[in-house]
Design a protein around this ligand. Structure first.
Ligand code: THG
Length: 262
């Protein structure tokens, strides 16, 4: 599973402060730590309270690229901020994200085609997030079809069924799993799937345990990627182990030997 490091997000107080004060050191440190721990992309989100999201995103992109060569996942609902960020990315990036709403799809898929960017597509629209897998999959279908019309192929897409906290939406968990299974039947090649893993445990106790268990359950349903805490060693170990059990890595014996040696 592809881990997209979640930590450079203004939702976290230290990152919000670093963005406000343009303190590059904090961002460099999180970029390096997440890469060292196995992240394959870095999510960049200026946070909900940024007064100047475009300038903040431009700064985050430049500063993160000083410390890491990983591709970036530009996470914002402000498409001006994403576009400004894309122009500064040294390698193809991921756009996070677009819902199944006509005007937004038009803007985002045009940008993706121009910049050769991957796109996270949300299984939601103007009416919100459907509860049933069936309706989530219908929105995914709409996103895949619209992307295709803009020249963005299904394998450039990551469908996000949208994970909600289990303490307020316990009945959504199974629907999310079922959505992930069905997405693989949508097209050939199919789109990929992604979740915001830490969402599932927001406001709960024992957060890390909930995140780890959800991650391996979702992997068994075909999950390809997660925006997650790459610095949680137990999560990374659980993911590596699930990869063996799902026969996703060749040379399993030698892999286990390496794993045992830490
Ligand atoms: N889908 C997509 N993108 C996303 C999400 C998603 N981006 C943002 C988010 N969800 C994924 N990233 C996070 C990052 C942090 C947390 C949850 C998801 C988190 N933060 C602590 C909290 O809210 O309790 C912050 C507290 C602190 O300061 O320590 O849990 O679903 N496409």
């Amino acid at each position: 599973m592809i881990i997209i490091g979640e930590r450079i997000n203004g939702m976290f107080k230290d990152v919000a402060k670093a963005i406000r004060e343009r303190d590059a050191g904090v961002i460099h440190e999180w970029a390096r730590r997440q890469e060292k721990n196995g992240a394959r992309y870095l999510d960049l989100n200026v946070g909900p309270s940024s007064a100047e999201p475009v300038e903040a995103m431009k700064w985050l992109v430049e500063v993160t690229q000083e410390a890491s060569n990983l591709p970036l996942c530009l996470d914002s609902t402000k498409y001006d901020a994403i576009e400004a960020g894309l122009k500064l990315c040294k390698r193809p990036a991921m756009i996070n994200s677009v819902p199944a709403e006509a005007a937004k799809m038009e803007r985002v898929f045009a940008m993706a085609a121009e910049h050769n960017a991957e796109v996270i597509c949300l299984a939601m629209n103007e009416e919100g997030i459907p509860k049933d897998a069936e309706n989530r999959v219908a929105l995914a279908m709409e996103l895949v079809a619209t992307a295709d019309a803009f020249g963005v192929a299904p394998d450039m897409l990551f469908i996000d069924p949208l994970v909600l906290p289990c303490n307020v939406a316990q009945d959504h968990g199974k629907e999310v799993m079922e959505t992930m299974r069905q997405i693989k039947l949508l097209s050939d090649p199919p789109p990929k799937t992604v979740v915001g893993l830490s969402n599932v445990s927001q406001g709960t106790k024992n957060r890390e345990l909930i995140n780890r268990i959800f991650a391996v359950m979702a992997m068994a349903c075909g999950l390809d990627a997660a925006i997650a805490d790459a610095c949680d060693d137990e999560l990374m170990a659980a993911v590596a182990t699930a990869r063996i059990l799902l026969n996703m890595d060749i040379y399993c014996d030698s892999y286990i030997d390496v794993f045992k040696q830490g």
